[in-house]
Design a protein around this ligand. Structure first.
Ligand code: TCH
Length: 330
C-alpha cells in the first residue's frame, strides 16, 4: 500500500509513503537537463526540466516512483492492481498521437511540463502503453497523482480509457479507482476536530469523556480506502507553522498517520508489507526529504546543489541506518 499527499504552507510540498514487502534498490536520483530520455515510441528528449526523486536505476535509466521537477511540478505512481489497463503499442500511429510506455510516464511529464495545466494538455494527446522496460521488469500496474501549488489531478488508465480527475483533496492511495476513494469521504461528513455534540437521542445524557472524540469513526486500518480517509482527515485538519522545518515536520506527521509497522499486514506466509520509505519534497525549492523504516532521522538531497546542465544521473543511496543521539554519553 502506498499513500501520496500534498501540503501547502509558504512552499508547496508533495510526498508519499512507499509501502511494500521488498525494495528494488531504489535511491534518490537527480536527472539533469541534458540526460537524454530515449523514449520507446516517441521522440527523444535531449534537453528537459531537471528532476529529483526516488528511482530504481536499471541499465542507466531512472525508473522513477515519485519525483518533482525544477518548476515545482510533482508526480507519484501508486499501485493500482487489477484496475490499470494500458494500450498495446501500435506500430503505425497517427502523427499527432503520442505513445508513452508506463515506465516513461514520470520523466515524460516532468521533463516537459511546468505545471498541472501544461500536464493536462500533454496527457490529453497521449496514450499510455504497457510496453515492459525489460523481460525482468514487466509493466507496473499504477495510477498517478500529479500536483503543483495550484492544482492536483489523478491519472488512471483503465479498461474504458484514460481518465484525468481533479483531485480537490490532494491525497491518493491504491484501490478502488479515485472517484470511489473520494466518494467515501461522504460517509465521514460528521467527523470533526472538535468534540461532538450529543445528538444521539434527546433524552439520553452522554459524555465526551476523552479528547479527540470528534474524529470517532475515522478508520484506522491499513486498507487503501481507509488510508485515504485517514490521511484526508489528517491533512485537511492539519495546522503548522510556515517555516521549512515546521512544514516538513508536519508533512511527516500527516503521512505518519498511515505508517505501516512490520507485522500488521501479512501479504504472504511470513512476508509483511512495511513503510519502506516516506518522502516529502519541497517542490518549490527542489529538496527531497525522506525517512526510512529504520531511520527516522530526516535526510535530504537538494536538486540545486547539483550541476543541472550535466548529462549524467546523480545518485544517492538511501541512508537506512538509524543513529541515536545520546545525550549523556560520548
Ligand atoms: C510497488 C510500487 C508501488 C507500491 C504500492 O503502491 N504498494 C501498495 C501495495 S497494494 O497495492 O496495496 O497491494 C511501485 C511504484 C513505482 C513502481 C516502479 C516504477 O513504476 C518504475 C518501474 C516500472 C517498471 O515497469 C517495473 C519496475 C518499476 C521499478 C516499478 C516497480 C513497482 O511496480 C513500483 C516500485
Amino acid at each position: 500500500m502506498c499513500t501520496a499527499s500534498t501540503y501547502k504552507t509558504k512552499d508547496f510540498y508533495m510526498g508519499r509513503t512507499f509501502d511494500y514487502e521488498f525494495s528494488y534498490g531504489e535511491e534518490i536520483v537527480v536527472t539533469p537537463r541534458k540526460y537524454v530520455f530515449d523514449f520507446r515510441h516517441t521522440d527523444k528528449l535531449t534537453t528537459h526540466y531537471a528532476m529529483i526523486g526516488m528511482a530504481f536505476v536499471a541499465d542507466g535509466y531512472p525508473l522513477y516512483y515519485d519525483a518533482v521537477n525544477e518548476k515545482g511540478l510533482g508526480m507519484a505512481g501508486l499501485n493500482f492492481v487489477g484496475n490499470a489497463v494500458y494500450e498495446d503499442a501500435a506500430v503505425n500511429v497517427k502523427t499527432n498521437e503520442v505513445q508513452v510506455a508506463q515506465f516513461e510516464f514520470v520523466p515524460w511529464v516532468l521533463g516537459q511540463c511546468g505545471s498541472v495545466t501544461e500536464a493536462r494538455k500533454k496527457i490529453a494527446g497521449m496514450k499510455l502503453t504497457g510496453t515492459p522496460f525489460s523481460a525482468r521488469l514487466p509493466a507496473a500496474q499504477l495510477h498517478w497523482m500529479i500536483a503543483d501549488k495550484n492544482d492536483c489531478i489523478v491519472v488512471e488508465a483503465m479498461e474504458d480509457g484514460l481518465h484525468v480527475y481533479d483531485n480537490p483533496v490532494g491525497v491518493l492511495t491504491n484501490n478502488p479507482p479515485f472517484p470511489l476513494q473520494l466518494f467515501a469521504l461522504n460517509n465521514y461528513a460528521g467527523a470533526s476536530r472538535r468534540q461532538p455534540e450529543n445528538t444521539f437521542a434527546g433524552t439520553l445524557k452522554l459524555d465526551a469523556y476523552s479528547r479527540g472524540m470528534g474524529g470517532m469513526g475515522i478508520p484506522g486500518d491499513l486498507s487503501s480506502q481507509s488510508r485515504f480517509v485517514k490521511v484526508a482527515f489528517t491533512k485537511l485538519n492539519s495546522i503548522s507553522g510556515e517555516s521549512e522545518k515546521e512544514s516538513v515536520s508536519q508533512f511527516f506527521h500527516i503521512l505518519g498517520s498511515v505508517d505501516q509497522q512490520r507485522g500488521c499486514c501479512e501479504v504472504d506466509e511470513g512476508k509483511y508489507e512495511i513503510t519502506i520509505y516516506t518522502s516529502c519534497c519541497n517542490a518549490t525549492k527542489g529538496i527531497y526529504y525522506y525517512t526510512t523504516y529504520d531511520n527516522h532521522q530526516i535526510s535530504a538531497v537538494d536538486l540545486h546543489e547539483e550541476d543541472l546542465d550535466a548529462d549524467g544521473l546523480i545518485r544517492y543511496p538511501m541512508i537506512t541506518e538509524c543513529e541515536i543521539h545520546w545525550q549523556n554519553k560520548n
